[in-house]
Design a protein around this ligand. Structure first.
Ligand code: ADP
Ligand code: SF4
Length: 695
């Protein structure tokens, strides 16, 4: 297939200092929860992206010194030469596919834990650290600044030795980086030549940039990552100061990588912003420099990318999340298959990998993080070894993904869905405006399946156990999903709460289907992820008086890991939603809901005409159990296996359901090695790996 004519501009070479990229697709540095702790997983994940056509593939931020220790986070380190093999492994793999490799060197200043190194943190001026553990960062003296410059220089030299093509100086993401902390009046109260005027506050950044160019600039491109706006007005970096900074450093770096801060504004969840949302902030940069500019905006549409380049906003299309959701995005555009791009939905499940320090996963791309451990590839899958036929019952994320992956393997698949449209819970949940972009999960799979000769899809087809046996498919995947409980069992209440009436209780499914209550409504969230707050938002927008109650200390507490929480807090307050934390449901009576303090049991009665509990779910596994009871008839109908997948097996996130469907398809008729443990990278192995024994 051929590249569409108007997309060809995306495959032009771009010169970055002494290096040249093969195209404009630039995977900007991004965290992944693997880093130095799971180096093989990290290297293979980056390798697949280079293979998928990204012209530049960068590491996440990489600490230059033990005073910048983010333990328990797993980010990269270049503290001494013993860190080099981890980098070399990744760089070699990236180079094998013709991409440039970049490293984002950082000192995190006061945004560190130093739990591992036990060293005092450093800051422009003495200040509490971001660890919120009663420790303070030391205000740096001149000797510290000299040392810092030396550490940056040594890390740059080490980066060159490792084989990197692009070496970053990192001054972005608000409080996360020391060089940015120096730029900001609220963190820099120095009275020497490194504080006060803007020229003084920029001094250290300029020195580090010039030192880096001096150290490695002949061989490596030197990039500056800079946040042009923190969206805090006068208190933070703002467009006026940013223009002065870009103006004064315009030609110093070889590449400007620009964005907005903090991370929650940069990796803006789709609930709060759409593709290309940073343009209005960053577009001035290209007017002030002749050097190439890269920026991000959850770009998944090649037409939007082309427009950014043609209108002179960006030279390089930066991407973190779109490259996670579809590592083959550039190849698909190159081959004129942009309709096959698995578009990022902006859920930020991936960012949780960094916050929780585990190898990240992606809702759209179930192979993410499994490239090394399970050998999963986003575009390749083993072929079926038989002509067996498979029936998938249910078309939620697990059923759809199982069907698509089975079809990719070459199986003949029949998918039956009880409802009139495919999509299951995705179709339901995305009726809430806040989650509408998540529909890409079912849209992508439904579209891909529409052209498959080996897939038959039936809607409006609720199957019974007898129907399933009658169909005579050899393997049956039961993907019938789950339903929300109404008895308040959740993370807090482990046994049902008795209520004097059930008339007032509405389920999330009622809300999705428009059977929604009106008036004064309590949303009771004991699930703690996105749904409780999204339902509260939906009901408030419809003009209801909404009270959001949770036993937790915070609303939607898991969304701190997905960078959604502060946006959710703001939106609910703006909509007038009343928030009550630390309270559990006690009873529901006609016209009121009683809640109690989780610590001392003090009761509060809320007048309300409805309550929507978002607590936990029951698997819908009746069909599966019936089939098990009929197992003596399987042979007569050629049925060899019946398997539960997705929420039917264990209710979880959409990411888990997709993963479950994918795993089922990968493993069907593949011999299982019951003695094989999960492939691991433990500390002992890493030690041996560094010694070169396992390379
Ligand atoms: P998951 O998240 O595991 O994919 P979902 O709840 O999203 O599960 O989807 C389950 C789907 O299965 C729903 O669309 C539901 O209508 C469908 N379904 C449930 N029971 C049957 C059945 N007996 N026959 C066909 N489809 C069914
Ligand atoms: Fe996009 Fe969600 Fe995947 Fe992250 S986890 S890349 S936000 S689809």
């Amino acid at each position: 297939m051929k590249t569409e004519t108007n997309h060809k501009i995306l495959f032009e070479h771009v010169k970055i200092g002494p290096k040249t990229t093969k195209n404009r697709f630039y995977q900007v540095p991004h965290c992944n929860g693997m880093g130095h702790r799971w180096p093989r997983s990290m290297a293979e994940m980056r390798s697949v992206k280079a293979e998928g056509g990204w012209g530049v593939v960068c590491t996440e931020e990489c600490s230059i010194h033990p005073t910048s220790d983010l333990t328990p986070a797993t980010l990269m380190r270049l503290w001494d030469d013993s860190d080099l093999p981890v980098h070399e492994l990744m760089i070699n793999k990236v180079h094998e596919h013709g991409a440039l490799a970049g490293v984002q060197l950082v000192h995190n200043g006061q945004s560190v834990s130093n739990y591992l190194t036990r060293m005092p943190a450093l800051a422009p001026s003495a200040a509490p650290t971001e660890a919120s553990n009663s420790t303070q960062a030391r205000g740096m003296d001149k000797a510290d600044i000299k040392e810092l410059r030396r550490w940056f220089r040594e890390a740059a030299l080490r980066s060159r030795r490792a084989g990197y093509d692009i070496v970053y100086v990192y001054a972005a993401h608000g409080i996360m980086t020391l060089l940015f902390q120096f730029l900001l009046k609220r963190f820099n109260q120095r009275t020497d030549e490194y504080g006060g005027s803007l020229t003084n506050r920029v001094r250290l950044l300029r020195e580090v940039l010039e030192d880096t160019k001096d150290a490695v600039g002949h061989d490596c491109a030197v990039a500056l990552r800079f946040a042009v706006d923190e969206l805090l007005g006068e208190d933070g970096m703002n467009v006026a100061e940013a223009q002065d900074i870009v103006g004064s450093l315009a030609e110093v770096p070889d590449l400007w990588d620009v964005n907005v801060a903090d991370w929650g504004n940069d990796s803006l969840p789709s609930r709060f912003g759409s593709e290309g949302s940073q343009e209005e902030y960053i577009k001035f940069v290209k007017q002030m420099t002749t050097k190439p500019v890269v920026g991000v905006g959850r770009f998944t549409s090649p037409d939007t990318m082309v427009s950014q380049v043609k209108r002179g906003v960006l030279d390089l299309i930066g991407a973190a999340r779109p490259s996670i959701a579809d590592p083959y995005l550039p190849t698909k555009i190159l081959e004129g298959r942009s309709d096959e791009i698995r578009e990022c939905i902006g859920c930020n499940m991936c960012t949780s990998g960094d916050f929780i320090a585990y190898p990240m996963r992606c809702t759209q791309n179930p192979t993410m993080g499994e490239e090394w451990r399970k050998g999963w590839h986003p575009e390749k899958i083993s072929k079926a070894t038989s002509n067996d036929k498979v029936l998938v019952v249910g078309s939620g994320p697990s059923g759809l993904e199982a069907t698509l992956a089975l079809s990719n393997r070459g199986y003949d698949v029949t998918m039956a869905e009880a409802k009139t449209e495919l999509g299951g819970r995705v179709l339901q949940e995305t009726k809430l405006k806040a989650l509408s972009e998540w529909k890409r999960v079912s849209d992508h799979r439904t579209y891909m399946l529409s052209s498959r000769g080996n897939v038959q899809t039936f809607v409006d087809s609720p199957l019974s156990a007898e129907d399933i046996l009658e169909l005579g498919c050899n393997h049956v995947a039961i993907a019938t999903g789950s339903k929300w409980r109404t008895d308040f069992v959740g993370a807090h209440h482990r046994k049902p709460v008795s209520t004097s009436t059930t008339n007032m209780i509405y389920t999330p499914e009622d809300v999705f289907d428009g059977r929604q209550p009106s008036g004064k409504i309590v949303v009771y969230d004991d699930d703690h992820y996105y749904l409780g707050s999204a339902i509260a938002e939906h009901l408030a927008e419809a003009g209801n008086e909404v009270v959001l109650v949770t036993p937790d200390a915070d609303i939607a507490s898991w969304t701190h890991n997905t960078l959604e929480n502060s946006h959710i807090q703001t939106r609910l307050r703006e909509l007038g939603v009343k928030i009550i934390t630390h309270h559990a449901a006690k009873s529901v009576d006609e016209g009121s809901v009683t809640i109690e303090c989780v610590y001392i049991g003090t009761e509060t009665r809320i007048e309300a005409n409805a309550i929507v509990p978002v607590t936990s779910r029951h698997s819908i596994d009746g069909l599966y159990n019936e089939l098990l009871e009929m197992s003596d008839q399987w042979l007569d109908h050629n049925v060899k296996s019946v398997t539960r997948i997705g929420d039917c097996y264990a209710p979880g996130t959409i990411a888990m359901a997709v993963y479950s469907g994918h795993e089922y398809a990968r493993n069907l008729e593949v011999p299982v090695d019951h003695n094989a443990l999960l492939k691991r990278e433990n500390d002992f192995e890493i030690h041996k790996f560094k010694e070169g024994n396992l390379l």
